[in-house]
Each structure stands twice: as structure tokens, then as C-alpha cells.
Design a protein around this ligand. Structure first.
Ligand SMILES: [Zn+2]
Length: 75
């Protein structure tokens, strides 16, 4: 399921699940590198702002969540 969240696809990062509304639609309000701890990442749906460490933790969880369905080339 890709190509749905236009804005985040442009940045080529995996949207994480928002702890507040459970949606996986992130936005980078002021732009910048999403992998940088200085870049603000927020939920596109409810406006929740992720903390840098929280974002990374959620990203790892999200990747684990998606692996069984999306990755067939994992050795
Ligand atoms: Zn949200």
C-alpha cells in the first residue's frame, strides 16, 4: 500500500502510526530531512508532533509491522 500519502512519499520515508489517532499519515511541517533529529514530524490527521526519539521507535515498530507482508527478499 504505497502512493496514498502523497506528501510523505515525496520524502521517501515510512509514515509511522500516530499514538493519538492511530493514523499512519505523517507530515514534515517545516520541511527538512525526516531522519534528522532537528526536523519536526507531525501527524497529518490530528496534528500530533512526534518527538525525535519517539519517531524513531515508532519507525522501527512500523517496519516490523510491515515486513511480513511487504518484504519477500529478507535473508
Ligand atoms: Zn494523529
Amino acid at each position: 500500500m504505497t502512493g496514498v500519502h502523497g506528501r510523505i512519499d515525496d520524502l521517501d520515508i515510512l509514515p509511522v502510526r500516530c499514538p493519538q489517532c492511530q493514523e499512519c499519515q505523517n507530515t514534515v511541517p517545516r520541511g527538512g530531512d525526516p531522519m534528522s533529529a532537528k526536523t519536526e514530524i507531525a501527524c497529518m490527521v490530528c496534528g500530533y508532533a512526534f518527538q525525535p526519539m519517539e519517531y524513531r521507535r515508532l519507525l522501527v515498530e512500523r517496519q516490523k509491522e510491515l515486513q511480513p507482508v511487504q518484504l519477500g527478499e529478507f535473508d
